[in-house]
Design a protein around this ligand. Structure first.
Ligand code: FDP
Length: 340
């Protein structure tokens, strides 16, 4: 395969992709450079004083890890200077970050989770950076407000993630398929390794934290039970795989086929509407999975059609191979109809 970098790939497909403007290319370049910087730090984390907690708690009520904070600072600093954004939102910051007036600005808005799966960092498990890109709704003359950011996922112009795993990969879409690039450390470039990724229509893997079984409603238990029951109507034997790091679980299922669920539960009030964040986790992964031929719902409704009401809103997430997601939907609809 010829060695094609992300930016070359974007430029080759310029005709199909309205996103291949100089301004979008600039934004993606900053994202790529930030990813390389974070990757360096993740790789040497055991050698330098960057493992462990900072002692702070973030807006989600979670303990902040030093690598989380590092990744967030790199992204905020680099992206602010890209000259093409008017606002940024991070999982780690309570409020919207407006690009300062003395910096060049543009019409794009980026929302990101700087280091997802961070509770796994100290144990060397794969983690990732997830991002979602919109255009602002208001015109350049008006001040940017939260309304510019609280857009349905269907309006995303691009989405992607960088996974720091056995190799480091960037996977992204601008609405023309999903493409994966692997970082070649010898040249320091992400090279095209997985063109036009398609998720199998039905998978053989289900990923969910079954430790929460007793905190789920009956419909969720019935849905998960389906994947455990060899007599289910697909007659497939599903394997259970749960890393507990969303990007890693999602990435595996995207390539092999499968379903990931993080349903609502009663274990703690914060998860009564699910744990994962609509804007920085569910939306970008939903755009990617749909572009790859899969589906993403909150159990019943399409994730990309949900109207966010606040920046850090949580949502139940059912995402992966189309027929498996539809299967879960049947149980959830039956549960909703019976009030279970
Ligand atoms: P983490 O708390 O480690 O940041 O987004 C949060 C997340 O990880 C996801 O990456 C992961 O899928 C999920 O939480 C794991 O939650 P549980 O430990 O509750 O299963």
């Amino acid at each position: 395969m010829p060695q094609i970098t992300v930016i070359e790939h974007l430029l080759y497909h310029q005709k199909e992709s309205p996103m291949a403007t100089g301004r979008f290319t600039r934004l993606l370049s900053e994202m790529i450079l930030s990813g390389k910087i974070i990757n360096q730090e993740v790789n040497k984390a055991g050698l330098v004083e960057i493992l462990g907690l900072t002692g702070e708690t973030n807006i989600q009520g979670e303990k902040v890890r030093k690598l989380d904070e590092f990744a967030n600072q790199v992204l905020v600093h680099r992206l602010q200077q890209a000259g093409v954004l008017c606002a940024l939102a991070s999982e780690e910051n309570a409020d919207l970050i407006l690009v300062p007036e003395d910096c060049p600005r543009g019409d794009y808005i980026i929302i990101f989770d700087p280091l997802d799966g961070s509770s796994n960092i100290d144990a060397n498990v794969s983690i990732g950076t997830i991002f979602s890109i919109f255009r602002r709704i208001s015109t350049g003359e008006e001040p940017v407000t939260l309304n510019d950011v609280l857009q349905k996922g269907a309006r995303q112009v691009a989405a992607g993630y960088i996974i720091y795993g056995s190799s480091t990969m960037l996977v992204y879409t601008t609405g023309n398929g999903v493409h994966g690039f692997t970082l070649d450390p010898s040249v320091g470039e992400f090279l095209l390794s997985h063109p036009d990724i398609k998720i199998p229509e039905r998978g053989k893997i289900y990923s969910v934290n079954e430790g929460y079984w007793h905190y789920w409603d009956q419909a969720t238990r019935n849905a998960v039970d389906y994947f455990k029951n060899p007599d289910n109507d697909s007659k497939r034997v599903y394997r259970s795989r749960y890393i507990g790091s969303l990007v890693a679980d999602f990435h595996r299922n995207l390539l092999y086929g499968g379903i990931f669920l993080y349903p609502a539960d009663t274990k703690d009030p914060a998860c009564s509407h699910g744990k994962l964040r609509l804007m920085c986790e569910a939306n970008p992964l939903a755009m990617i999975v749909e572009q790859a031929g899969g589906m993403a719902t909150d159990g019943i409704n399409r994730i990309l059609d949900l109207q966010p009401k606040e920046l850090h809103e949580r949502v139940p997430l059912v995402i992966g191979s189309k027929l498996d997601v539809l299967q879960v939907e049947k149980f959830m609809r039956a549960g909703a109809a019976s009030g279970a």
